[in-house]
Design a protein around this ligand. Structure first.
Ligand code: CP
Ligand code: NVA
Length: 322
């Protein structure tokens, strides 16, 4: 068990230097494990922190897409670490009227201490980090959703034990080549667990993506039953990601065979868990019955956004001090 109210400085080894969190791809397996260890610790000690690594700092949340979990967990997390969150919707700032990201970045870089960005194009997050010189966090782009994956990995470790990755078999069903799917693929590459991706042929990762990953523990299939068989973690996400609303009609029909429902879950490993990053569309990627039956773990997964992201904020703040 982790100590409660640890209070003292964290051991040096937990702070492998990290300048930004732009993707799971850019993290090493060791960095992911360190962030998870710190996430568990910060969760166990919530309300007892004596360190305030963000004291005197302002961190901007620059969002071009809707959010409940990410916005709230970052606003709370920055505050709990002693900083001040500043929410900036692109509907309100000049970025939304066409001011270039590199100009916005150079202005904010002179005023604030860190940025958390939710947007469409990954390049915008990369450019912001480069031009602002601020620690920058990807809070979801069309390419990746690294903060969600860290929370999901934390939830799996809570369930099955720390460091149990090599023997783990995880299925992700539905729109598997979306931001969640890509972050899952990089996590599988870095941690070595078996990841089975199941969706209609047109939604599976392209051959060149898989070749670039060069990861034999990632398996793609169009057979949902084969995917969930003996899996310990069954995971899904909306079939229609933000910004893809125009594809709703054409996409939905092809995805119904990949719905996470009670019949399909009979094939999963005994004691399996179901994860969903939320928001969920009941009756589409997951049934109401399955979501409610798995609500304790799914809402703990949502809560773990806070703890995982505090680990990221903590690590970024301490990396800059070095
Ligand atoms: N899972 C997730 O990122 O939720 P929000 O869109 O509500 O932030
Ligand atoms: N793939 C989803 C994730 C939502 C948290 C989207 O991008 O809308």
């Amino acid at each position: 068990m982790m100590e409660k109210c640890y209070g003292a400085a964290f051991p040096e080894f937990l702070f492998r230097a990290m300048n930004n969190l732009l993707s799971i791809e850019e993290l090493s397996g060791d960095q992911i494990c360190e962030l998870l260890a710190l996430g568990h610790k910060l969760k166990a000690e919530r309300g007892c922190h004596t360190e305030q690594p963000l004291a005197g700092q302002t961190w901007a949340l620059i969002f071009s897409k809707s959010s409940t979990r990410t916005r709230v967990s970052f606003e709370v997390g920055v505050s709990e670490l002693g900083g001040r969150p500043m929410f900036l919707s692109t509907r309100d700032i000049q970025l939304g009227r066409g001011e270039p990201i590199k100009d916005t970045a150079r202005v904010l870089g002179r005023m604030i201490h860190g940025a958390i960005i939710r947007t469409y194009d990954q390049q915008d997050v990369v450019d912001f980090a480069e031009y602002s010189k601020l620690p920058t966090i990807n809070a979801l782009t069309d390419l990746e959703h690294p903060c969600q994956i860290l929370a999901d990995l934390l939830t799996i470790e809570e369930q099955y034990g720390v460091g149990s990755w090599k023997d783990m078999k995880i299925a992700f069903l539905g729109d598997v080549d979306n931001n969640m799917g890509r972050s899952w693929m990089w996590a599988a590459k870095r941690l070595g667990f078996t990841l089975v991706l199941a969706g209609p042929e047109q939604a599976l990762p392209k051959a060149e993506t898989l070749a670039a990953l060069d990861c034999p523990n990632i398996i793609c299939t169009t057979d949902a039953a084969e995917a969930v068989r003996d899996c310990m973690v069954i995971n899904t996400d909306t079939w229609i990601s933000m910004g893809q609303e125009a594809e709703k009609g054409t996409k939905e029909k092809a995805f119904f065979p990949y719905q996470v429902n009670a019949e399909l879950l009979k094939l999963a490993a005994p004691g399996h868990i179901v994860l969903h990053c939320l928001p969920a569309y009941r009756g589409y990627e997951i049934t109401d019955e399955v979501l409610e039956a798995n609500a304790p773990v799914i809402f703990r997964e949502a809560e773990n956004r806070l703890h995982a992201q505090k680990a990221v904020l903590y690590t970024l703040a301490n990396s800059r001090k070095k």
